[in-house]
Design a protein around this ligand. Structure first.
Ligand code: PLP
Length: 412
């Protein structure tokens, strides 16, 4: 019988091989059949410092020695308090409140609910959300609603709520984006949610910092809340701790997950500015923030996040990020026969083959198999091949990745 496991984003009907991983280390996954796979996409963008970072694994082991899950509604624990204190040291000063959850999608759901709660509790209910074209914020219903519509979510389209979509700021057309945002802000929406500087799952499309800064300024002038989804971009991915920093932008609400624990275990936070918290603060229980999940602020996951924060505070992480960014950019520049080469911090992307191939184009599975056969974990988005490795990847592994991309460019 085939495996009973139903894998995410996997068409089991195609019968593609599903390798079993038995060990991870640094930038590599080791499989049961003895192969060493270079994890060139950080296992879906989560692994920052490297797999099984010793400090993070030690923190997890130590935490498991004293506590498992405890309820977080009305109760607290030291690892969560240490995460919150660390985030307040690292993140922009106006983000004074930390709400825990367990995935990027839930961090986004929480952000959207906080924004709507803020307006309702102020006595000016607002429900409309503004989103950026090509955005991706997760796979729960709310997160899908604020993301791009397509084959991924067409089955659920009737359930997705209506949003106003601002055109993506394509090079040369940035003003159209800003004008559309100005106009949409006049309709009195609750919030704008964006992926800062780069839309990830939407095709690794970058846009300039000045556009992000302008979008933030327009929202501030109009009194529209600004939500930064840094689930992918946070924790050094784009060259700075937060992508927003490069634009001098401080959001009203910030979503973090993936690299929050260095990618070791699931955890997420939604950070909010004081007015958003204050709007929910009351002696009236009807105004509390109605959100939780069983595993909110899991103590073991929090211990991993504390270790990650210590790494950020004590080790030269940004220097490692800059070094990886330079090594990637140099290799990308040497590729031939590729289109739209682009880099942002540790992220590099190119387009292969004919223009306009979408996620379901036949090229995707061909490329996936091509890279898998070369012991590389690369997972193209349609015809876009991107490299987003753990910061510890060495030159030999990076060379293997780029040699395979060059070979793929010649194959298609
Ligand atoms: N937001 C962004 C920008 C993401 O890239 C992702 C996942 O890739 C999510 C949210 C959803 O995160 P999760 O898969 O942890 O639910």
């Amino acid at each position: 019988m085939s495996s009973p496991i139903w894998h995410p984003f996997t068409q089991h009907g195609l019968g593609e091989p599903i390798p079993t991983v038995v060990r991870t280390e640094g930038a590599a996954l080791h499989t049961r059949d003895g192969r060493r796979i270079v994890d060139a996409i950080s296992s879906w963008w989560v692994t920052t410092h490297g797999h099984r970072n010793p400090r993070i694994m030690a923190a997890i082991a130590a935490a498991a020695g004293s506590m498992d899950q405890i309820i977080f509604a009305g109760w607290s624990h030291e690892p969560a308090e240490a995460v919150a204190a660390g985030l307040l040291r690292l993140m922009p000063g106006s983000l004074t409140r930390v709400f825990f959850s367990d995935s990027g999608s839930t961090a986004v759901e929480v952000a959207l609910k906080m924004a709507l709660g803020y307006w309702l509790n102020r006595g000016e209910p607002r429900h409309r959300l503004l989103v950026l074209e090509h955005g991706y914020h997760g796979d729960t219903i709310g997160a899908m609603s604020v993301g791009a519509r397509g084959v991924f979510n067409q089955a659920y389209a009737p359930l997705l709520f209506d949003v106003a979509t601002i055109p993506f700021p394509m090079a040369g057309a940035e003003q159209a984006t800003l004008d559309a945002l100005e106009a949409a802000c006049r309709e009195g929406p609750a919030a704008l949610i964006v992926e800062p500087l780069i839309v990830g799952a939407g095709g690794m499309l970058t846009y300039p910092a000045w556009v992000l800064a302008e979008m933030r300024a327009i929202c501030a002038r109009a009194g529209v809340l600004f939500i930064a989804d840094e689930v992918m971009t946070g924790w050094g991915r784009t060259g700075t701790l937060l992508a927003c920093e490069q634009a001098g932008v401080v959001p009203d609400i910030l979503c973090l997950s993936k690299g929050l624990t260095g990618g070791a275990v699931p955890l997420a936070v939604t950070m909010a500015s004081e007015p958003i918290y204050a709007a929910h603060l009351s002696e009236d229980r009807a105004r509390m923030f109605f959100h939780s999940s069983s595993y909110t602020a899991n103590p073991i996951a929090c211990a991993a996040a504390v270790a990650n924060i210590a790494i950020w505070e004590e080790e030269p992480v940004l220097a490692r990020v800059a070094d990886l960014a330079a090594r990637q950019a140099a290799r990308l520049a040497r590729l031939s026969g590729v289109r739209n080469g682009r880099t942002l911090g540790t992220i590099a992307a190119v387009d292969l083959g004919p223009e306009g191939a979408d996620y379901l184009s036949a090229l995707g599975p061909r490329l996936l198999a091509f890279f898998r056969d070369r012991d590389l974990l690369l997972r193209p988005l349609g015809n876009t091949v991107y490299v987003m490795p753990p910061y510890c990847i060495d030159d030999a592994d990076l060379d293997a990745v780029y040699a395979a991309i060059q070979a793929a460019a010649e194959m298609v």
